[in-house]
Design a protein around this ligand. Structure first.
Ligand SMILES: NC(=O)c1ccc[n+]([C@@H]2O[C@H](COP(=O)([O-])OP(=O)(O)OC[C@H]3O[C@@H](n4cnc5c(N)ncnc54)[C@H](O)[C@@H]3O)[C@@H](O)[C@H]2O)c1
Length: 335
């Protein structure tokens, strides 16, 4: 039996609890949240113990791995508690917010040497194999990554110093996918656009929230060391999720990669359509549990790799805030 502790009991933790509980020989042992009622509500659905203290949750009984499912601003202490106990660690994306905390955690992850995984589940999309095969012989030149959505109805999301904004919170999946296909980014430049609070449609912000400093739209460009150029477009001004994806131009071919499938158009004959197979939200948990059990050498989106995706997202957010080009911070540097 693989016993999991969940840290954070909100929306995404509830999803992991459902998925993990359905996997063979996996149980949720403990749930910790700063809100004990939230921890209890989730713990009761899976027969786990509830805590309002992370250390107590990890020490109360045997635990084989921990999931950190807290909002961006709350990363740091939960991971430190898990790593101090040398437990395998799964962290929801984005894996942090401020880059100094990220650097500190990076050293701790390396020192602990434990299995790590993260919530960048787009990497588990099985149709990505088609894109990877194409790019092995046809270099990706130009791409457009987009996330067109509404504002999630949580209070912390509306403040940049709590969530990081839409590029860090939502476009993050697409940026991580772009990194996994094109390599490291060397320079970014982004621009934000924001509605005046009084011009926003009623009901756009959660109840009790009267203003936001999170941009309603962001456009930008990313240059990769490989030579690929990526433009990005994100907006949270819609009333429902319109779509998210990555469109790529390689010599003689156009590929549209989305959460539900991929369309490859070589310009001759009908475009090839590949529908998504396994649910990546399930696959990412199966993959992490397999790594914890030693059935595979590593999880598909290890923490250190996810940290580099977060540095790219933060570079775009910082560029839009400062209105100037930014070089993404690299792992192990604090410049
Ligand atoms: N991969 C995905 O598809 C996906 C989907 C949804 C959310 N997420 C990510 O998961 C994270 C959480 O999102 P959510 O929707 O669950 O948010 P949420 O607001 O619903 O839940 C967050 C929970 O964390 C708790 N919390 C805050 N600080 C804590 C701390 N220090 N220790 C313990 N608990 C703490 C809060 O009380 C709350 O219950 C976000 O970063 C979000 O981007 C990922």
């Amino acid at each position: 039996m693989t016993r999991i502790a969940l840290i954070g009991a909100g929306g995404v933790a509830q999803r992991h609890a459902r998925v993990l509980s359905d996997l063979p020989d996996v149980s949720i042992a403990a749930v910790a949240d700063v809100s004990l009622p939230a921890a209890t509500a989730l713990a009761d659905t899976v027969g786990a113990r509830a805590f309002d203290d992370v250390e107590a949750a990890l020490d109360d009984g045997p635990v084989d791995a921990a999931y950190v499912c807290v909002p961006p601003f709350a990363h740091g202490a939960p991971e430190e508690a898990v790593l101090a106990r040398r437990l395998p660690l799964f962290v929801e994306k984005p894996v942090g917010l401020d880059l100094d905390t990220l650097d500190r955690l990076e050293s701790l992850v390396e020192e602990a040497g434990v299995v790590t995984g993260t919530g960048y589940h787009w990497r588990c999309l099985d149709h990505l194999a088609v894109a990877r095969e194409l790019f092995a012989t046809s270099r990706p030149l130009l791409a457009h990554g987009y996330w067109l959505d509404k504002r999630p109805p949580v209070t912390w999301w509306q403040r940049r110093d709590r969530s990081g904004g839409q590029v860090v919170e939502q476009l993050a999946h697409v940026l991580d996918l772009a990194r996994s296909l094109f390599g490291e980014a060397v320079e970014v430049h982004a621009f934000g656009a924001r509605l005046a609070d009084e011009d926003r449609r009623p009901g756009t912000l959660p109840e009790g929230v009267t203003g936001t400093d999170v941009d309603d739209a962001t456009g930008g460009v990313v240059r990769f060391a490989s030579g690929t150029v990526l433009t990005i477009g994100a907006s949270c001004a819609l009333s429902r999720k319109f779509g998210a994806g990555l469109d790529v131009v390689a010599a003689g071919a156009h590929v549209s990669i989305g959460e539900e499938g991929l369309v490859l158009d070589r310009g001759t004959g009908e475009p090839e359509r590949h529908e998504r197979g396994a649910d990546p939200r399930v696959a990412v948990d199966e993959n992490f549990v397999a790594a914890v059990r030693g059935e595979i050498p590593a999880a598909i989106a290890p923490w250190a790799d996810a940290a580099s995706s977060h540095r790219l997202a933060m570079a775009l957010a910082d560029s839009a805030a400062a209105d100037k080009p930014v070089v993404p911070r690299r792992s192990g540097t604090s410049a």
